[in-house]
Design a protein around this ligand. Structure first.
Ligand SMILES: [Zn+2]
Length: 571
Protein backbone atom coordinates (compact mmCIF):
# COMPACT_ATOMS: atom_id res chain seq x y z
CA UNK A 1 0.00 0.00 0.00
CA UNK A 2 3.04 2.21 -0.50
CA UNK A 3 1.33 4.30 -3.12
CA UNK A 4 -1.67 4.97 -1.01
CA UNK A 5 0.46 6.36 1.84
CA UNK A 6 2.20 8.65 -0.56
CA UNK A 7 -1.14 9.73 -1.89
CA UNK A 8 -0.14 9.06 -5.44
CA UNK A 9 -0.36 6.18 -7.78
CA UNK A 10 2.49 5.04 -9.94
CA UNK A 11 2.76 5.91 -13.56
CA UNK A 12 6.44 5.30 -14.14
CA UNK A 13 6.68 1.88 -12.54
CA UNK A 14 4.44 -0.94 -13.56
CA UNK A 15 2.24 -1.71 -10.60
CA UNK A 16 -1.02 -3.23 -9.56
CA UNK A 17 -0.69 -1.79 -6.07
CA UNK A 18 -2.06 1.59 -7.04
CA UNK A 19 -5.14 -0.14 -8.28
CA UNK A 20 -5.49 -2.02 -5.00
CA UNK A 21 -5.09 1.19 -3.05
CA UNK A 22 -7.78 2.84 -5.09
CA UNK A 23 -10.05 -0.15 -4.83
CA UNK A 24 -9.59 -0.45 -1.08
CA UNK A 25 -9.64 3.24 -0.20
CA UNK A 26 -12.89 4.73 1.00
CA UNK A 27 -12.78 8.09 -0.78
CA UNK A 28 -9.61 7.88 -2.83
CA UNK A 29 -10.28 10.91 -5.00
CA UNK A 30 -10.97 13.18 -2.05
CA UNK A 31 -7.97 11.85 -0.13
CA UNK A 32 -5.63 12.54 -2.99
CA UNK A 33 -7.06 15.88 -3.93
CA UNK A 34 -6.54 17.13 -0.37
CA UNK A 35 -3.05 15.74 -0.42
CA UNK A 36 -1.26 18.63 -2.11
CA UNK A 37 -1.57 20.88 -5.08
CA UNK A 38 0.94 19.21 -7.39
CA UNK A 39 -0.20 17.54 -10.55
CA UNK A 40 0.55 13.81 -10.33
CA UNK A 41 1.65 13.33 -13.90
CA UNK A 42 2.42 15.34 -17.00
CA UNK A 43 2.74 13.56 -20.34
CA UNK A 44 4.28 15.70 -23.08
CA UNK A 45 5.85 15.65 -26.54
CA UNK A 46 3.17 13.22 -27.75
CA UNK A 47 0.69 12.95 -30.60
CA UNK A 48 -2.44 12.75 -28.52
CA UNK A 49 -5.68 11.89 -30.31
CA UNK A 50 -8.20 12.83 -27.64
CA UNK A 51 -11.49 11.75 -29.32
CA UNK A 52 -12.82 15.05 -27.97
CA UNK A 53 -13.94 17.37 -30.77
CA UNK A 54 -13.12 20.46 -28.67
CA UNK A 55 -9.40 19.66 -28.86
CA UNK A 56 -8.99 16.63 -31.11
CA UNK A 57 -5.20 16.62 -31.25
CA UNK A 58 -2.88 17.91 -28.53
CA UNK A 59 0.76 17.49 -27.50
CA UNK A 60 0.38 16.97 -23.81
CA UNK A 61 -1.90 16.45 -20.84
CA UNK A 62 -1.91 16.45 -17.06
CA UNK A 63 -3.31 13.90 -14.62
CA UNK A 64 -4.23 14.22 -10.97
CA UNK A 65 -5.99 11.77 -8.68
CA UNK A 66 -6.51 9.36 -11.53
CA UNK A 67 -8.20 11.84 -13.85
CA UNK A 68 -7.14 14.05 -16.70
CA UNK A 69 -6.98 17.64 -15.46
CA UNK A 70 -5.75 19.54 -18.50
CA UNK A 71 -4.79 19.12 -22.15
CA UNK A 72 -2.69 21.44 -24.28
CA UNK A 73 0.77 22.14 -25.62
CA UNK A 74 3.93 20.69 -24.14
CA UNK A 75 4.86 24.14 -22.77
CA UNK A 76 1.44 24.65 -21.19
CA UNK A 77 1.47 21.28 -19.48
CA UNK A 78 5.10 21.55 -18.33
CA UNK A 79 4.08 24.74 -16.55
CA UNK A 80 1.82 22.58 -14.35
CA UNK A 81 4.76 20.49 -13.14
CA UNK A 82 5.52 20.70 -9.44
CA UNK A 83 7.96 18.98 -7.10
CA UNK A 84 5.83 15.89 -6.74
CA UNK A 85 4.94 15.59 -10.42
CA UNK A 86 6.05 12.63 -12.50
CA UNK A 87 6.79 13.51 -16.10
CA UNK A 88 6.77 11.36 -19.20
CA UNK A 89 8.38 12.41 -22.45
CA UNK A 90 6.42 10.46 -25.06
CA UNK A 91 9.07 11.20 -27.71
CA UNK A 92 6.41 11.76 -30.38
CA UNK A 93 4.66 8.46 -29.76
CA UNK A 94 0.89 8.36 -30.25
CA UNK A 95 -1.57 8.34 -27.35
CA UNK A 96 -5.25 7.47 -27.57
CA UNK A 97 -7.98 6.92 -24.96
CA UNK A 98 -8.13 3.42 -23.45
CA UNK A 99 -10.08 1.03 -25.68
CA UNK A 100 -13.54 -0.13 -24.64
CA UNK A 101 -14.94 -3.54 -25.57
CA UNK A 102 -18.73 -3.66 -25.16
CA UNK A 103 -19.20 -7.39 -25.54
CA UNK A 104 -16.86 -9.93 -24.05
CA UNK A 105 -17.31 -13.31 -22.40
CA UNK A 106 -13.98 -12.95 -20.58
CA UNK A 107 -13.43 -16.73 -20.35
CA UNK A 108 -10.24 -16.47 -18.33
CA UNK A 109 -10.77 -19.89 -16.73
CA UNK A 110 -10.96 -21.57 -20.13
CA UNK A 111 -7.78 -19.81 -21.27
CA UNK A 112 -5.93 -20.89 -18.15
CA UNK A 113 -7.17 -24.40 -17.49
CA UNK A 114 -8.78 -25.96 -20.56
CA UNK A 115 -7.52 -27.61 -23.73
CA UNK A 116 -7.29 -24.90 -26.43
CA UNK A 117 -7.50 -26.39 -29.93
CA UNK A 118 -7.27 -23.00 -31.67
CA UNK A 119 -5.54 -19.67 -31.07
CA UNK A 120 -7.69 -17.24 -29.05
CA UNK A 121 -5.85 -14.06 -30.01
CA UNK A 122 -4.60 -14.12 -33.61
CA UNK A 123 -5.21 -15.79 -36.97
CA UNK A 124 -3.57 -19.22 -36.82
CA UNK A 125 -4.35 -22.36 -38.81
CA UNK A 126 -4.26 -25.75 -37.05
CA UNK A 127 -4.59 -29.36 -38.23
CA UNK A 128 -7.32 -31.80 -37.29
CA UNK A 129 -4.52 -34.17 -36.19
CA UNK A 130 -3.28 -31.58 -33.70
CA UNK A 131 -6.80 -31.30 -32.26
CA UNK A 132 -7.13 -35.07 -31.93
CA UNK A 133 -3.67 -35.31 -30.33
CA UNK A 134 -4.37 -32.62 -27.72
CA UNK A 135 -7.68 -34.24 -26.76
CA UNK A 136 -6.11 -37.71 -26.62
CA UNK A 137 -3.63 -36.61 -24.01
CA UNK A 138 -6.47 -35.00 -22.05
CA UNK A 139 -8.47 -38.26 -22.31
CA UNK A 140 -5.49 -40.18 -20.95
CA UNK A 141 -5.83 -38.22 -17.69
CA UNK A 142 -9.63 -38.35 -17.58
CA UNK A 143 -11.76 -41.17 -16.10
CA UNK A 144 -13.96 -42.99 -18.68
CA UNK A 145 -17.47 -41.56 -18.88
CA UNK A 146 -16.22 -38.07 -18.05
CA UNK A 147 -16.25 -35.36 -20.72
CA UNK A 148 -13.14 -34.47 -22.64
CA UNK A 149 -13.54 -30.94 -24.00
CA UNK A 150 -11.64 -28.78 -26.44
CA UNK A 151 -12.12 -25.02 -26.83
CA UNK A 152 -11.47 -22.23 -29.34
CA UNK A 153 -12.08 -24.39 -32.40
CA UNK A 154 -12.60 -22.36 -35.56
CA UNK A 155 -13.94 -24.34 -38.50
CA UNK A 156 -12.34 -22.01 -41.06
CA UNK A 157 -8.90 -21.98 -39.44
CA UNK A 158 -8.15 -25.63 -40.21
CA UNK A 159 -5.36 -26.56 -42.63
CA UNK A 160 -7.23 -29.73 -43.65
CA UNK A 161 -9.84 -27.50 -45.25
CA UNK A 162 -12.78 -29.65 -44.14
CA UNK A 163 -15.16 -29.83 -41.19
CA UNK A 164 -14.18 -31.68 -38.04
CA UNK A 165 -16.42 -34.75 -37.78
CA UNK A 166 -17.58 -37.55 -35.52
CA UNK A 167 -14.98 -39.96 -36.96
CA UNK A 168 -12.11 -37.61 -36.07
CA UNK A 169 -13.40 -37.39 -32.52
CA UNK A 170 -13.91 -41.16 -32.27
CA UNK A 171 -10.13 -41.36 -32.66
CA UNK A 172 -9.79 -39.42 -29.41
CA UNK A 173 -11.71 -42.00 -27.39
CA UNK A 174 -14.46 -44.57 -27.50
CA UNK A 175 -14.88 -44.52 -23.71
CA UNK A 176 -15.15 -40.80 -23.09
CA UNK A 177 -17.77 -38.39 -24.36
CA UNK A 178 -15.75 -35.89 -26.41
CA UNK A 179 -16.81 -32.41 -27.50
CA UNK A 180 -15.04 -29.68 -29.39
CA UNK A 181 -16.62 -26.29 -28.82
CA UNK A 182 -16.55 -23.82 -31.68
CA UNK A 183 -15.17 -20.50 -30.47
CA UNK A 184 -18.39 -18.94 -31.73
CA UNK A 185 -20.34 -20.69 -28.97
CA UNK A 186 -23.28 -21.86 -31.08
CA UNK A 187 -22.04 -25.13 -32.55
CA UNK A 188 -20.32 -28.16 -31.03
CA UNK A 189 -18.78 -31.32 -32.45
CA UNK A 190 -19.28 -34.64 -30.65
CA UNK A 191 -17.95 -38.20 -30.84
CA UNK A 192 -20.09 -41.35 -31.02
CA UNK A 193 -19.85 -41.99 -27.27
CA UNK A 194 -21.30 -38.52 -26.60
CA UNK A 195 -24.21 -39.15 -29.00
CA UNK A 196 -24.88 -42.52 -27.34
CA UNK A 197 -24.81 -41.04 -23.83
CA UNK A 198 -27.14 -38.21 -24.89
CA UNK A 199 -29.42 -40.78 -26.57
CA UNK A 200 -29.26 -39.07 -29.95
CA UNK A 201 -29.21 -41.27 -33.08
CA UNK A 202 -29.75 -40.92 -36.82
CA UNK A 203 -33.51 -41.05 -36.35
CA UNK A 204 -33.68 -38.25 -33.78
CA UNK A 205 -35.56 -35.28 -35.27
CA UNK A 206 -34.13 -31.75 -35.07
CA UNK A 207 -35.60 -29.84 -32.11
CA UNK A 208 -36.87 -26.25 -32.53
CA UNK A 209 -33.95 -23.80 -32.68
CA UNK A 210 -31.25 -26.36 -33.42
CA UNK A 211 -30.00 -29.15 -35.71
CA UNK A 212 -28.23 -32.52 -35.65
CA UNK A 213 -26.26 -32.26 -38.85
CA UNK A 214 -25.96 -35.29 -41.12
CA UNK A 215 -23.69 -36.55 -43.85
CA UNK A 216 -24.76 -37.55 -47.36
CA UNK A 217 -26.01 -40.94 -46.05
CA UNK A 218 -28.17 -39.32 -43.41
CA UNK A 219 -25.81 -40.36 -40.59
CA UNK A 220 -24.92 -37.93 -37.80
CA UNK A 221 -21.75 -36.10 -38.85
CA UNK A 222 -20.91 -34.82 -35.37
CA UNK A 223 -21.90 -31.16 -35.75
CA UNK A 224 -24.77 -30.00 -33.54
CA UNK A 225 -26.14 -26.46 -33.56
CA UNK A 226 -27.69 -24.14 -30.96
CA UNK A 227 -30.54 -25.61 -28.91
CA UNK A 228 -30.05 -29.18 -30.16
CA UNK A 229 -27.07 -29.34 -27.78
CA UNK A 230 -29.22 -29.38 -24.64
CA UNK A 231 -29.34 -33.22 -24.22
CA UNK A 232 -25.53 -33.35 -24.08
CA UNK A 233 -25.39 -31.05 -21.08
CA UNK A 234 -27.42 -33.60 -19.13
CA UNK A 235 -25.28 -36.59 -20.14
CA UNK A 236 -21.97 -37.92 -18.75
CA UNK A 237 -19.85 -36.71 -15.88
CA UNK A 238 -17.98 -33.44 -15.68
CA UNK A 239 -15.05 -32.61 -13.45
CA UNK A 240 -16.30 -31.32 -10.12
CA UNK A 241 -14.61 -28.80 -7.85
CA UNK A 242 -15.07 -27.91 -4.22
CA UNK A 243 -16.40 -24.41 -3.61
CA UNK A 244 -12.88 -23.28 -2.72
CA UNK A 245 -11.34 -24.80 -5.81
CA UNK A 246 -14.02 -23.28 -8.01
CA UNK A 247 -13.51 -19.83 -6.50
CA UNK A 248 -9.75 -20.10 -6.94
CA UNK A 249 -10.18 -21.03 -10.60
CA UNK A 250 -12.56 -18.15 -11.17
CA UNK A 251 -10.32 -15.61 -9.47
CA UNK A 252 -7.20 -16.79 -11.26
CA UNK A 253 -9.06 -16.81 -14.55
CA UNK A 254 -10.25 -13.22 -14.09
CA UNK A 255 -6.81 -12.00 -13.03
CA UNK A 256 -5.32 -13.75 -16.05
CA UNK A 257 -7.69 -12.26 -18.58
CA UNK A 258 -7.37 -8.82 -17.03
CA UNK A 259 -3.66 -8.98 -17.87
CA UNK A 260 -4.52 -9.97 -21.45
CA UNK A 261 -6.93 -7.06 -21.87
CA UNK A 262 -4.44 -4.40 -20.81
CA UNK A 263 -1.73 -6.07 -22.89
CA UNK A 264 -3.90 -5.10 -25.88
CA UNK A 265 -4.75 -1.61 -24.59
CA UNK A 266 -8.29 -2.50 -23.55
CA UNK A 267 -9.09 -0.58 -20.36
CA UNK A 268 -12.85 -1.16 -20.05
CA UNK A 269 -14.73 -4.35 -20.81
CA UNK A 270 -18.39 -5.27 -20.69
CA UNK A 271 -18.46 -8.70 -19.02
CA UNK A 272 -21.20 -11.17 -19.87
CA UNK A 273 -22.14 -12.28 -16.39
CA UNK A 274 -19.65 -14.34 -14.44
CA UNK A 275 -19.04 -14.56 -10.70
CA UNK A 276 -19.64 -11.02 -9.44
CA UNK A 277 -18.35 -11.81 -5.98
CA UNK A 278 -15.10 -13.28 -7.34
CA UNK A 279 -14.71 -10.21 -9.54
CA UNK A 280 -14.85 -8.01 -6.43
CA UNK A 281 -12.31 -10.28 -4.70
CA UNK A 282 -9.95 -9.92 -7.63
CA UNK A 283 -10.29 -6.16 -7.42
CA UNK A 284 -9.65 -6.12 -3.67
CA UNK A 285 -6.47 -8.12 -4.26
CA UNK A 286 -5.26 -5.49 -6.70
CA UNK A 287 -5.46 -7.90 -9.64
CA UNK A 288 -8.21 -6.16 -11.59
CA UNK A 289 -6.37 -4.01 -14.11
CA UNK A 290 -9.32 -3.03 -16.33
CA UNK A 291 -12.71 -1.49 -15.57
CA UNK A 292 -15.81 -3.64 -15.79
CA UNK A 293 -19.33 -2.94 -16.92
CA UNK A 294 -20.96 -6.03 -15.45
CA UNK A 295 -23.81 -7.38 -17.56
CA UNK A 296 -25.99 -9.52 -15.36
CA UNK A 297 -28.11 -12.57 -16.00
CA UNK A 298 -29.80 -15.32 -13.99
CA UNK A 299 -29.51 -14.99 -10.24
CA UNK A 300 -27.84 -11.55 -10.28
CA UNK A 301 -30.40 -10.10 -12.70
CA UNK A 302 -33.25 -11.49 -10.63
CA UNK A 303 -31.67 -10.02 -7.48
CA UNK A 304 -31.37 -6.63 -9.18
CA UNK A 305 -35.01 -6.68 -10.24
CA UNK A 306 -36.09 -7.90 -6.79
CA UNK A 307 -34.06 -5.31 -4.88
CA UNK A 308 -34.73 -2.43 -7.26
CA UNK A 309 -31.11 -2.10 -8.31
CA UNK A 310 -30.90 -0.33 -11.65
CA UNK A 311 -28.28 -0.02 -14.35
CA UNK A 312 -25.52 2.36 -13.23
CA UNK A 313 -25.14 1.04 -9.68
CA UNK A 314 -21.50 0.59 -8.71
CA UNK A 315 -18.41 2.68 -9.28
CA UNK A 316 -15.69 3.41 -11.80
CA UNK A 317 -14.18 -0.07 -11.49
CA UNK A 318 -17.17 -2.36 -11.35
CA UNK A 319 -20.54 -1.01 -12.40
CA UNK A 320 -23.78 -2.80 -13.20
CA UNK A 321 -24.43 -2.17 -16.88
CA UNK A 322 -26.98 -3.62 -19.26
CA UNK A 323 -28.14 -7.22 -18.94
CA UNK A 324 -26.10 -10.00 -20.51
CA UNK A 325 -27.03 -10.71 -24.10
CA UNK A 326 -30.49 -12.26 -24.15
CA UNK A 327 -30.24 -14.64 -27.09
CA UNK A 328 -32.78 -14.33 -29.90
CA UNK A 329 -31.04 -16.11 -32.76
CA UNK A 330 -27.99 -18.11 -33.77
CA UNK A 331 -24.52 -17.14 -34.78
CA UNK A 332 -23.02 -15.07 -37.60
CA UNK A 333 -19.66 -16.82 -37.70
CA UNK A 334 -21.19 -20.29 -37.44
CA UNK A 335 -23.91 -19.51 -39.99
CA UNK A 336 -26.96 -20.11 -37.80
CA UNK A 337 -28.24 -16.50 -37.53
CA UNK A 338 -31.87 -15.92 -38.51
CA UNK A 339 -32.15 -14.53 -42.04
CA UNK A 340 -35.27 -13.42 -43.92
CA UNK A 341 -33.88 -15.06 -47.07
CA UNK A 342 -32.29 -18.54 -47.12
CA UNK A 343 -28.55 -19.01 -46.80
CA UNK A 344 -27.05 -18.95 -50.29
CA UNK A 345 -26.24 -22.43 -51.60
CA UNK A 346 -27.57 -24.46 -48.66
CA UNK A 347 -29.92 -27.41 -49.26
CA UNK A 348 -32.46 -28.02 -47.94
CA UNK A 349 -33.19 -24.26 -47.73
CA UNK A 350 -32.08 -22.97 -44.34
CA UNK A 351 -32.85 -19.58 -42.77
CA UNK A 352 -31.00 -19.99 -39.48
CA UNK A 353 -32.25 -20.47 -35.93
CA UNK A 354 -34.66 -18.21 -34.06
CA UNK A 355 -34.23 -19.27 -30.44
CA UNK A 356 -37.16 -17.45 -28.86
CA UNK A 357 -40.76 -16.55 -29.67
CA UNK A 358 -41.87 -12.93 -30.07
CA UNK A 359 -44.19 -13.31 -27.09
CA UNK A 360 -41.39 -14.55 -24.81
CA UNK A 361 -39.15 -11.75 -25.99
CA UNK A 362 -41.83 -9.08 -25.47
CA UNK A 363 -42.36 -10.27 -21.91
CA UNK A 364 -38.65 -10.38 -21.08
CA UNK A 365 -37.89 -6.93 -22.49
CA UNK A 366 -40.92 -5.38 -20.83
CA UNK A 367 -39.98 -6.79 -17.41
CA UNK A 368 -36.33 -5.69 -17.57
CA UNK A 369 -37.09 -2.28 -19.08
CA UNK A 370 -39.70 -1.58 -16.38
CA UNK A 371 -37.13 -2.43 -13.71
CA UNK A 372 -34.90 0.40 -14.89
CA UNK A 373 -32.33 -1.97 -16.30
CA UNK A 374 -30.77 -1.52 -19.74
CA UNK A 375 -31.95 -4.40 -21.93
CA UNK A 376 -29.41 -6.19 -24.08
CA UNK A 377 -30.33 -8.76 -26.71
CA UNK A 378 -28.15 -10.92 -28.93
CA UNK A 379 -29.52 -10.53 -32.45
CA UNK A 380 -27.50 -11.21 -35.59
CA UNK A 381 -29.84 -11.77 -38.51
CA UNK A 382 -32.39 -9.25 -39.81
CA UNK A 383 -35.25 -11.42 -38.56
CA UNK A 384 -33.93 -11.39 -34.98
CA UNK A 385 -33.10 -7.66 -35.02
CA UNK A 386 -36.65 -6.96 -36.19
CA UNK A 387 -38.00 -9.06 -33.30
CA UNK A 388 -35.91 -7.17 -30.73
CA UNK A 389 -36.93 -3.76 -32.10
CA UNK A 390 -40.58 -4.84 -32.11
CA UNK A 391 -40.31 -5.76 -28.42
CA UNK A 392 -38.36 -2.58 -27.58
CA UNK A 393 -40.86 -0.33 -29.39
CA UNK A 394 -43.69 -2.04 -27.50
CA UNK A 395 -41.98 -1.66 -24.10
CA UNK A 396 -41.06 1.98 -24.72
CA UNK A 397 -44.64 2.74 -25.68
CA UNK A 398 -46.05 1.03 -22.59
CA UNK A 399 -43.45 2.43 -20.18
CA UNK A 400 -41.64 5.44 -21.62
CA UNK A 401 -38.21 5.98 -20.02
CA UNK A 402 -35.80 8.62 -21.26
CA UNK A 403 -32.39 7.59 -22.53
CA UNK A 404 -32.86 3.85 -21.89
CA UNK A 405 -30.37 2.98 -24.66
CA UNK A 406 -31.56 -0.57 -25.35
CA UNK A 407 -28.55 -2.54 -26.49
CA UNK A 408 -28.37 -4.96 -29.39
CA UNK A 409 -25.31 -7.15 -29.22
CA UNK A 410 -23.91 -7.96 -32.69
CA UNK A 411 -26.77 -6.33 -34.63
CA UNK A 412 -25.04 -7.82 -37.62
CA UNK A 413 -27.33 -7.81 -40.66
CA UNK A 414 -29.40 -4.69 -41.18
CA UNK A 415 -31.47 -2.92 -43.83
CA UNK A 416 -32.62 0.69 -44.16
CA UNK A 417 -35.79 0.13 -42.19
CA UNK A 418 -34.00 -1.59 -39.30
CA UNK A 419 -31.43 1.24 -39.21
CA UNK A 420 -34.25 3.79 -39.02
CA UNK A 421 -35.88 1.91 -36.11
CA UNK A 422 -32.55 1.51 -34.29
CA UNK A 423 -32.08 5.28 -34.46
CA UNK A 424 -35.69 6.02 -33.47
CA UNK A 425 -35.55 3.83 -30.37
CA UNK A 426 -32.13 5.13 -29.26
CA UNK A 427 -30.79 1.60 -29.53
CA UNK A 428 -27.04 1.14 -29.11
CA UNK A 429 -25.51 -1.62 -31.23
CA UNK A 430 -22.31 -3.40 -30.18
CA UNK A 431 -21.26 -4.91 -33.49
CA UNK A 432 -18.41 -7.27 -34.34
CA UNK A 433 -15.09 -5.52 -34.53
CA UNK A 434 -12.29 -7.93 -35.38
CA UNK A 435 -14.40 -10.09 -37.73
CA UNK A 436 -13.68 -8.08 -40.88
CA UNK A 437 -10.01 -8.99 -40.49
CA UNK A 438 -10.32 -12.32 -38.68
CA UNK A 439 -13.28 -14.02 -40.38
CA UNK A 440 -13.18 -13.25 -44.15
CA UNK A 441 -12.99 -17.02 -44.65
CA UNK A 442 -16.63 -17.22 -43.53
CA UNK A 443 -18.13 -14.41 -45.57
CA UNK A 444 -18.40 -16.54 -48.71
CA UNK A 445 -21.22 -18.40 -46.96
CA UNK A 446 -23.21 -15.14 -47.03
CA UNK A 447 -21.89 -13.59 -50.23
CA UNK A 448 -21.06 -9.99 -51.11
CA UNK A 449 -24.66 -8.81 -51.38
CA UNK A 450 -25.42 -9.81 -47.77
CA UNK A 451 -22.01 -8.63 -46.52
CA UNK A 452 -22.87 -5.13 -47.74
CA UNK A 453 -25.46 -5.15 -44.95
CA UNK A 454 -23.39 -6.83 -42.23
CA UNK A 455 -21.28 -5.22 -39.48
CA UNK A 456 -22.76 -2.04 -40.88
CA UNK A 457 -20.71 0.63 -39.15
CA UNK A 458 -21.00 3.05 -42.10
CA UNK A 459 -24.79 2.75 -42.09
CA UNK A 460 -24.96 3.18 -38.31
CA UNK A 461 -22.72 6.25 -38.14
CA UNK A 462 -24.39 7.90 -41.15
CA UNK A 463 -27.75 7.50 -39.41
CA UNK A 464 -26.40 9.10 -36.21
CA UNK A 465 -26.46 5.83 -34.27
CA UNK A 466 -23.84 5.56 -31.51
CA UNK A 467 -22.45 2.19 -32.59
CA UNK A 468 -19.88 0.65 -30.28
CA UNK A 469 -17.38 -2.19 -30.48
CA UNK A 470 -18.21 -5.70 -29.30
CA UNK A 471 -15.47 -8.24 -29.92
CA UNK A 472 -17.61 -11.08 -28.54
CA UNK A 473 -14.45 -12.78 -27.31
CA UNK A 474 -14.20 -15.80 -27.31
CA UNK A 475 -15.90 -15.88 -30.76
CA UNK A 476 -13.78 -12.95 -31.96
CA UNK A 477 -10.31 -11.85 -30.90
CA UNK A 478 -10.49 -8.62 -28.85
CA UNK A 479 -7.40 -6.83 -30.17
CA UNK A 480 -8.54 -3.24 -30.90
CA UNK A 481 -5.76 -2.78 -33.45
CA UNK A 482 -7.08 -5.70 -35.49
CA UNK A 483 -10.58 -4.27 -34.99
CA UNK A 484 -9.74 -0.80 -36.26
CA UNK A 485 -7.85 -2.14 -39.27
CA UNK A 486 -10.79 -4.36 -40.21
CA UNK A 487 -13.37 -1.59 -39.83
CA UNK A 488 -11.30 0.81 -41.91
CA UNK A 489 -10.32 -1.61 -44.70
CA UNK A 490 -12.99 -4.36 -44.57
CA UNK A 491 -10.13 -6.53 -45.79
CA UNK A 492 -9.35 -9.82 -44.11
CA UNK A 493 -6.15 -11.67 -43.28
CA UNK A 494 -6.45 -13.39 -46.67
CA UNK A 495 -6.43 -10.06 -48.54
CA UNK A 496 -10.08 -10.36 -49.56
CA UNK A 497 -12.42 -7.38 -49.11
CA UNK A 498 -16.11 -7.77 -48.25
CA UNK A 499 -18.76 -5.06 -47.96
CA UNK A 500 -16.39 -2.17 -48.68
CA UNK A 501 -19.43 0.16 -48.59
CA UNK A 502 -19.35 -0.22 -44.79
CA UNK A 503 -15.80 1.11 -44.37
CA UNK A 504 -15.35 3.89 -41.83
CA UNK A 505 -12.44 6.29 -41.30
CA UNK A 506 -9.63 5.75 -38.79
CA UNK A 507 -11.02 8.64 -36.77
CA UNK A 508 -14.47 7.04 -36.71
CA UNK A 509 -13.09 3.60 -35.85
CA UNK A 510 -11.14 5.08 -32.96
CA UNK A 511 -14.30 6.75 -31.65
CA UNK A 512 -16.31 3.52 -32.02
CA UNK A 513 -13.68 1.70 -29.93
CA UNK A 514 -13.47 4.38 -27.20
CA UNK A 515 -16.09 7.10 -26.67
CA UNK A 516 -18.97 5.19 -28.24
CA UNK A 517 -18.14 2.31 -25.92
CA UNK A 518 -18.46 4.63 -22.93
CA UNK A 519 -21.85 5.78 -24.26
CA UNK A 520 -22.95 2.16 -24.57
CA UNK A 521 -22.85 1.83 -20.76
CA UNK A 522 -24.02 5.41 -19.99
CA UNK A 523 -20.47 6.34 -18.92
CA UNK A 524 -19.53 8.91 -21.57
CA UNK A 525 -19.29 11.63 -18.91
CA UNK A 526 -16.42 9.85 -17.16
CA UNK A 527 -14.48 8.01 -19.85
CA UNK A 528 -13.92 7.31 -23.53
CA UNK A 529 -11.90 10.43 -24.37
CA UNK A 530 -8.90 12.37 -23.13
CA UNK A 531 -10.90 15.19 -21.61
CA UNK A 532 -10.24 17.12 -18.39
CA UNK A 533 -12.35 15.60 -15.63
CA UNK A 534 -12.48 12.11 -17.14
CA UNK A 535 -10.68 9.03 -15.85
CA UNK A 536 -7.05 8.93 -16.98
CA UNK A 537 -7.28 5.73 -19.04
CA UNK A 538 -5.02 5.85 -22.07
CA UNK A 539 -2.76 3.86 -24.36
CA UNK A 540 0.67 4.73 -25.74
CA UNK A 541 1.21 3.35 -29.27
CA UNK A 542 4.56 2.92 -31.00
CA UNK A 543 3.41 4.71 -34.12
CA UNK A 544 0.63 6.95 -35.44
CA UNK A 545 -2.44 4.96 -36.42
CA UNK A 546 -3.55 7.80 -38.71
CA UNK A 547 -0.40 7.78 -40.82
CA UNK A 548 1.08 4.30 -40.46
CA UNK A 549 -0.88 2.85 -43.39
CA UNK A 550 -4.24 1.16 -43.01
CA UNK A 551 -2.85 -2.35 -43.53
CA UNK A 552 -0.37 -1.89 -40.69
CA UNK A 553 -2.64 -0.68 -37.91
CA UNK A 554 -2.86 -4.17 -36.44
CA UNK A 555 0.95 -4.27 -36.12
CA UNK A 556 1.28 -1.09 -34.05
CA UNK A 557 2.94 -1.88 -30.75
CA UNK A 558 1.09 -1.22 -27.51
CA UNK A 559 3.87 0.46 -25.58
CA UNK A 560 2.01 1.24 -22.38
CA UNK A 561 -1.51 0.93 -21.01
CA UNK A 562 -2.58 3.28 -18.23
CA UNK A 563 -5.74 3.03 -16.14
CA UNK A 564 -6.64 5.82 -13.73
CA UNK A 565 -3.13 7.29 -14.15
CA UNK A 566 -1.44 4.00 -13.18
CA UNK A 567 0.55 1.97 -15.67
CA UNK A 568 -0.97 -1.50 -15.83
CA UNK A 569 0.96 -2.76 -18.84
CA UNK A 570 4.32 -1.88 -20.28
CA UNK A 571 5.87 -3.51 -23.35
ZN1 LIG B 1 -21.70 -13.05 -26.91
Amino acid sequence: MRNHRHGRREFLNLTGAGIAALAGGAWPVAVMAADGQDTDLVVFNAKVYTVDSRAPKVEAFAVKAGRFTAVGTTAEMKALTGKGTQTFDAKQMTIVPGFIDCHNHAPGEVLLYEVLVGNPYVVEFVTIDSIVEKLRSKAAQTPPGTWVEGYFFDDTKVKDNRLLNVHDLDKVSKDHPVVVQHRGGHTSFYNSKAFAMADINRNTPNPPGGTYDRDANGDLNGRVTDRARAPFSRAGKRPSYTADQALKRTREGLAFISKQFVRYGVTSVHHEGGDLSALQDVRTRGELLHRVSYESNGRVLEAMIGAGIQTGFGDEWIRLGATSEHTVDGSFSERTMALSTPYPGVTPPYKGNVTETQAELNAWIERVHRAGIQVNCHANGDVAIDMVLTAVERAQKLFPRADARPKITHCTQVNDDLVRRIKATGTVPAAFTTYAYYNPDKFKYYGEEMMRHCMAYRSFLDAGIVAAAGSDFSPGPFDPRMAIQGMVTRTGWDGKTWGANQRISVEEALRVNTLNGAYNSHEEAIKGSITPGKLADFVVLSDDLFTVGKEKIKDLQIVRTVVGGSTVYQA
